[in-house]
Design a protein around this ligand. Structure first.
Ligand code: DQA
Length: 149
């Protein structure tokens, strides 16, 4: 059984209410429930955490070391600002997939750069809540392939 942590950054607690034309109508609780279910069907125990605080996200990544096999992270706006979250992923070397609901490359230019992109396995964006589902499948496939070698 794989253990996967899904991390949600700032303002993602407002999903469903927040700019629904960009981020959709689905709440974070619904996204998390669907991820836990998908994880179960694929042989992974999924836990989830949302924080609006950069340091809390860094702490969660540190705490995942030795506990979690992989991470799926939507760092929200910290994607575009946080060297600390990037360094936490690089420093712990936990295999990580970056996800975004919106296609950050189609939006304002300040969203085009991700500090995380260089230290994650890959980035999935633009598919709404499906980005998380695709990200979860991607990290599980990656970890199972690594285990099989
Ligand atoms: C986001 C995109 C970010 O630019 C934004 O700050 C968010 C959400 C997304 O999921 O599309 O908070 O990460």
């Amino acid at each position: 059984m794989l253990n996967i942590l899904v991390l949600h950054g700032p303002n993602l607690n407002l999903l469903g209410l927040r700019e629904p034309t960009i981020y959709g109508q689905i709440s974070l609780a619904e996204i998390n429930t669907d991820l836990v279910q998908l994880g179960q069907s694929l042989g992974a125990a999924v836990s989830t955490l949302q924080s609006n605080h950069e340091g809390a996200l860094v702490d969660a990544i540190h705490a995942a070391r030795g506990e979690q096999d992989g991470l799926v992270i939507n760092a929200g706006a910290y994607t575009h600002t946080s060297v600390a979250i990037r360094d936490a992923i690089a420093g712990t070397q936990i295999p990580t997939v970056e996800v975004h609901l919106s296609n950050i490359h189609q939006r304002e230019s300040f969203r085009h750069h991700s500090y995380l992109a260089a230290v994650v396995l890959g980035q999935i964006c633009g598919f709404g809540p499906d980005s998380y589902q695709l990200g979860l499948r991607a990290i599980i496939n990656h970890l199972q392939a690594v285990k099989a070698v």
